[in-house]
Design a protein around this ligand. Structure first.
Ligand SMILES: *Cc1c(COP(=O)(O)O)cnc(C)c1O
Length: 410
């Protein structure tokens, strides 16, 4: 377990077994945390322990084993709710952020938005926060309005205010932190503004929860989604938070077992609360793993994590500042530890291939943000994204390898 008072990435690293493997025969330097995080041993153990000792289908089992599984599953939901500052009844388990946004679009927006209503998005959204809204907008005749991103990577607040004040404004769905630009949107302030106009707000928190403590009551959003796998938990588990009053107004979009009250061919009634949105056998081990990840994070001071990751970003900039033609995307003062960049004349994929040969895992491509790529006028960027277990040695390895790559490719 990490020490509770002083944050030490070198100690934290020891809790993540995968970080000690190699990549192409070189020590792995993992800088693709915005795509997925690695998992602490406690999470891996909790998942295998579940399958070794507690595996049983949840709901309605009368034997002890089934009760054990049910208890673990329920406890996890409570832990997650507590960590987010909300009640367990407001937590819906999904496969991830993507499924979460689809759920909100189908279960809420489809029934409460009308033809001509406006769904407000921004240019910095992940495809997961664009495509589900396009699908719903098309089916109900709603209109999508897109808030531009300014040259520093921040939102055009004036345009956003204009959109919110518009009569048709109905729902705003916005990322808390951009996975490409690292921009931290002032969501609390924006939510307050939106609520003045009765606009509901969905926050895509996929990139926020690994880097900051989020108190959802404080934030005041109507919906919040994230994926477990970016938060040091297994893949295939995620969360939708829906404010109580709104949960009651939502209709299920997937039918099946576990989401019903009574089923008959003359008509079916649905279960109450979150359960109504969890049709079928859930990802019990994933939920337990997510609970464990939250146990792990509970002892970590996120102010120190934030300072650490920002420091890594700062070191990266310092060490790369003399490279000709290097352009960093996103230059807001308070950005998260995400370094998206390009180097004039060098294809990002070629760069990433050379980095890979040196053990360094970075990501290149459109990062599921093609509209943002169109906006900044590139097809792809290179990206290094930092997490709590990255060290300044990781950064040195990365920046040294970038400099060598520039020698070769430039
Ligand atoms: C990763 C990500 C998503 C999608 O998450 P999945 O785990 O792929 O469902 C959505 N929004 C942002 C900002 C992301 O970074």
């Amino acid at each position: 377990m990490p020490a509770s008072n002083s944050f030490d990435p070198y100690e934290i690293r020891k809790d993540f077994p995968l970080l000690s493997r190699t990549n192409r025969g070189k020590p792995l330097v993992y800088l693709d945390n915005a795509a997925t995080s690695q998992k602490p041993k406690s999470v891996i153990d909790a998942v295998s322990h579940y399958y070794e000792r507690n595996n049983s289908n949840v709901h309605r089992g009368v034997y002890e084993l089934a009760e054990d599984a049910e208890n673990l599953y329920r406890t996890s939901r409570q832990k997650i709710a507590h960590w987010l500052g909300v009640s367990a009844e407001e937590i819906i388990f999904t496969r991830g952020a993507t499924e979460g946004i689809n759920l909100i679009a189908h279960s809420f927006a489809k029934h409460h938005l009308n033809a001509g209503d406006h769904i407000i998005l921004s240019e910095m959204e992940h495809h997961a926060n664009i495509v589900p809204w396009q699908m719903i907008a098309k089916s109900i005749g709603a209109e999508i309005q897109v808030v531009p991103v300014l040259s520093d990577g921040s939102l055009d607040r004036e345009k956003l205010s204009e959109f919110l004040a518009n009569r048709g404004a109905s729902l705003l769905s916005l990322c808390h932190i951009s996975n490409v630009l690292g921009t931290i949107n002032p969501v609390q302030e924006i939510i307050e503004e939106a609520h003045k106009y009765g606009v509901k707000v969905v926050v895509d928190g996929a990139q926020a929860v690994p880097h900051m403590r989020v108190d959802l009551r404080n934030l005041g959003c109507d919906f919040f989604v994230f994926s477990g796998h970016k938060l040091f938990a297994p893949m295939g588990i995620g969360v939708v938070y829906a404010r109580n009053e709104l949960m009651d107004k939502m209709l299920p979009y997937q039918g099946g077992g576990d989401m019903i009250d009574q089923v008959s061919f003359s008509g079916t009634t649905y279960a109450k609360g979150a359960q109504r949105f969890e049709a079928g056998t859930p990802n019990v081990s994933g939920a337990i793993g997510l609970g464990k990840a939250i146990d792990y994070l509970a002892s970590i001071d996120f102010d120190q994590v934030d300072a650490h990751e920002k420091n890594l970003l700062q070191i990266t900039r310092e060490e790369l500042k003399d490279i000709d033609g290097l352009l960093e995307y996103g230059s807001t003062v308070d950005k998260a530890g995400v370094f998206s960049f390009s180097i004039a004349g060098i294809h990002p994929h070629d760069l990433a291939t050379l980095l890979d040969a040196e053990g360094i895992a970075t990501r290149t491509g459109h990062h599921c943000c093609q509209p943002l790529m169109q906006k900044i006028g590139v097809e792809a960027t290179a990206r290094a994204s930092f997490s709590l277990y990255n060290t300044r040695e990781d950064v040195h390895a990365f920046t040294d390898a970038v400099k060598r790559a520039v020698q070769i490719l430039g």
